[in-house]
Design a binder for this molecule. Sequence first.
Ligand SMILES: C[C@@](CO)(OP(=O)(O)O)[C@H](O)COP(=O)(O)OP(=O)(O)OC[C@H]1O[C@@H](n2ccc(N)nc2=O)[C@H](O)[C@@H]1O
Ligand SMILES: Nc1ncnc2c1ncn2[C@@H]1O[C@H](COP(=O)(O)OP(=O)(O)O)[C@@H](O)[C@H]1O
Length: 392
Amino acid sequence: MASPSLHFADPASNLMGSFASFRGPKCRRKSCLRAMASSSSKNLEIVYDPVGRYEELTRELQTSGGFARNLTLFSPSKINVFLRITSKRPDGYHDLASLFHVISLGDTLKFSVSPSKKKDSLTTNVFGIPLDDSNLVIKALNLYRKKTGSDTYFWVHLDKRVPSGAGLGGGSGNAATALWAANQINGNLASEADLQEWSAEIGSDIPFFFSHGAAFCTGRGEIVRDIPAPLPLDTPLVLIKPKEACPTAEVYKHFRIADASSEDPEELLRKIIENGVSQDVCINDLVEAPAFQVLPSLKALKQRIMAASRGKYKSLFMSGSGSTLVGVGDPEPPEFIYDDEQHSDTFVSGKSYFVTRRDNEWYQQPLSQPEAVIDKHDINEVYNQLFTGSDK
Ligand SMILES: C[C@@](CO)(OP(=O)(O)O)[C@H](O)COP(=O)(O)OP(=O)(O)OC[C@H]1O[C@@H](n2ccc(N)nc2=O)[C@H](O)[C@@H]1O
Ligand SMILES: Nc1ncnc2c1ncn2[C@@H]1O[C@H](COP(=O)(O)OP(=O)(O)O)[C@@H](O)[C@H]1O
């Protein structure tokens, strides 16, 4: 079960307000008489434990048939620790081989069951994100209803912190989180495997979020091989994104196979498992020609960060199709990012970490520095199973 934080975002919350007085000192630990309204008559209920009764009513109002009617979930983003593009496909997509990892930078999504049987309604705290059917949250909810036959519609509030068009899969994470939420609220009509498979219909990056946080992904991104976290979860990360975005389709259009690296992606994964990250393994085939052509100023920014950081990052690389640059090993950007007027609009994440999730739970934002959980034996075993067919 997920550990959602329940909230009072629907009209029921007004009703809750009227019961809140039961928590007042006068009523505490005393029996209270309360008039219960029903449609036809008024009943009297003697309440001997007002606090307990309040909590019981809270649960009743927020659940239906035992399932939550409101759910607040963390919606994480991801980075591509390396991204090899291996071919251009006849369907216009590209085959890739990439180590994806969920990170702690994320949005918050609040879901409440809506009385509507026709449409969801979406609000957000930022401008520039579509609120209609093209939003990945609404796409995900439409997909869920189409696949399961559910007729549940939602009020959704998206509190966005992940920048858009950043190569961080913020929208993809929102879509995966919306599928998870819809499934929880509908009493798990679908399995996680169903959600993962269906999600590929609305975006190549979405199935990854149904891993446990770290995965080797191939195909157009939708073939997800879950792996134990290969890097310590307490590794500090910083994300730096200039105000300009890199539209994914545009960046892929500039990709030429002749410019791609010749490194074997499985070998890259093996090196990372054995030795951690370094500049030479964090290869991104969408950087040089594609992203730097779409956004030439990104090349200059990366070079300047490299020069100014004087080796404080184990690796500095671009995530996905850009325009976010990721520094691994230190949570701070170089000072010029704060000091220079020209970078006043540059997004800086603050200290971020790699994140994983437990079985049957959704991702949660770490409240403090995570522990450096890493099981070398486990990961080596998985690596052997994945690529050599051996479990020795
Ligand atoms: C580059 C990556 C790396 O993880 O991440 P982002 O930069 O978007 O975060 C992904 O491949 C982005 O996946 P996603 O953002 O889900 O892309 P989609 O919505 O499926 O496709 C958007 C467009 O990107 C191109 N595309 C996408 C995926 C892929 N494997 N090959 C492609 O050529 C296609 O032109 C497609 O029309
Ligand atoms: N829920 C959403 N959050 C962010 N962007 C969204 C969402 N739904 C649709 N989009 C659109 O998807 C595009 C990029 O999505 P995003 O996931 O933020 O970037 P990227 O694919 O680079 O990681 C944007 O142009 C945005 O308009």
